[in-house]
Design a binder for this molecule. Structure first.
Ligand SMILES: [Zn+2]
Length: 415
């Protein structure tokens, strides 16, 4: 064996040793990396378990929300139905069927009309149509009432057809029915229901109620001094948010003197949407008009959903069409009303500007479909995501350190 051969063999042995050493190093680093990976994974698990305990807190918060939900409720307003009765009874049926289907989900305590049930008070077929659609509410056990608008009067000026199809014989046996005026008719009526820890009194006034009607209503409200009161009538507010003549008559004769109880007025008749708020002795009285009859198909099925959050003293008003399966969420269709009492010593009957809608992140409490631009989209939190990223970061750092170590040791070997 010559020296070249010996040198070659020695180099070969060194190379093989280096190779074995490097492989061992690779193995070692692999083990370190793997263990660091598992460490980070297990730390992730620990973090997840921390998050699980947070979730439990969230669950208990949800339970509180559930309790609150049980106290929250909704009132649905079915605006002027006259063109549905005349041309599109299937859209009205779609509305009442949707209310029946959502009654439990929404905790619907009451459904109200704002009049003009039919287009022609003389038309029996229109009365048949609207009566058939509204029967769905009875079948579902929903509490509801109606009131006559100007189109519900017959050409002789009577409300015979109204009282034939929606008379006291239809309502007097209902658990929510409180009474009506004039006696033997259902032209003006009041309903009683309770929700969220409060008792409510819901007045339905006929188109342009007389002083006699308002005197009757004043007598009734005096019998229920502890009830929160809502008034529905046909003609009340114009589309600029000003009370019309009939609106002022009702305001002066009934609402303003009872503003410590009457907190909400609902109306139709004017084709559009508007609202106003007045303060009487610091009590807020919200007044709304909504009527979609000029929309395609006689109104396209638009409904008003009023979600009451009594614990927060707030109501969320939404405009929804089960026919279109969509919300209208512009500022005059979707807004919060709050009923906090304003500090004030003197009555103030001057109109105030329309309230701008209150921005809110309040999560929805009712399982309605949420429109894309709703302010109420539930915020879903992913606290674990950054923690996973952190764990991966730590793993990558281990990897980098391992690689550098490997390269340095490798270079040392080659030298
Ligand atoms: Zn009308």
């Amino acid at each position: 064996m010559n020296s070249d051969e010996t040198q070659f063999k020695e180099k070969a042995v060194i190379l093989i040793k280096n190779f074995i050493w490097n492989e061992t190093l690779v193995l070692l680093i692999s083990v370190i990396l793997l263990s660091s990976f598992f460490i980070t994974i297990s730390s992730c698990d620990q973090l997840y378990s921390i998050d699980t305990s947070t979730s439990r807190i969230k669950e208990s918060e949800n339970a509180t929300e559930q309790q609150k939900k049980a106290e929250n409720f909704a009132i649905i307003v079915v605006p002027d139905t006259q063109y549905y009765s005349q041309y599109h009874p299937e859209i009205l049926t779609n509305q009442t069927q949707w209310i029946a289907d959502e009654m439990v989900n929404l905790n619907v305590l009451f459904v109200s009309s704002v009049g003009d049930l039919v287009q022609n008070g003389d038309s029996i077929s229109e009365w048949e149509n609207v009566a058939e659609s509204m029967t769905i509410l009875d079948e579902a056990g929903v509490s509801w009432e109606v009131l006559p608008g100007n189109h519900d009067f017959e050409s002789d000026g009577s409300l015979s057809n109204y009282n034939n199809y929606f008379g006291i014989s239809n309502f007097s046996g209902k658990h929510w029915f409180g009474g009506s005026y004039p006696n033997g008719t259902n032209c003006n009526n009041f309903a009683l229901f309770s929700g969220g820890g409060y008792d409510y009194l819901f007045f339905s006034f006929q188109y342009h109620p007389s002083d006699l009607v308002l005197a009757w209503a004043n007598e009734i409200i005096d019998k229920y001094p502890n009830r929160r009161v809502i008034v529905a009538t046909h003609d009340y507010l114009d589309l600029n948010g000003n009370r019309r003549h009939a609106g002022n008559h009702i305001w002066n004769g009934f609402i303003a003197p009872n503003a410590d109880q009457v907190f909400l007025v609902l109306s139709g008749h004017m084709h559009g949407e508007a609202r106003r708020v007045d303060y009487v002795n610091g009590y807020k009285v919200h007044q709304l008009v909504a009527d979609y009859q000029d929309r395609p198909n006689g109104g396209n099925g638009w409904l008003r959903i009023l979600e009451f959050f009594p614990a927060d003293n707030k109501t969320f008003v939404r405009t929804f069409s089960p026919f279109l399966k969509s919300y209208e969420s512009d500022t005059d269709s979707q807004f919060w009303l709050d009923f906090d009492r304003v500090n004030s010593t003197a009555p103030s009957l001057t109109p105030v500007p329309l309230q701008s809608p209150e921005p809110t992140n309040k999560p929805r409490l009712f399982p309605l479909p949420i429109p894309e631009n709703s302010p109420n989209i539930i915020e879903t939190e992913f606290p674990e995501q950054p923690l996973v990223l952190l764990a991966f970061g730590v793993g990558i750092a281990f990897l980098a350190v391992g690689l550098i170590f490997f390269m340095i040791s490798g270079f040392n070997r080659i030298e």
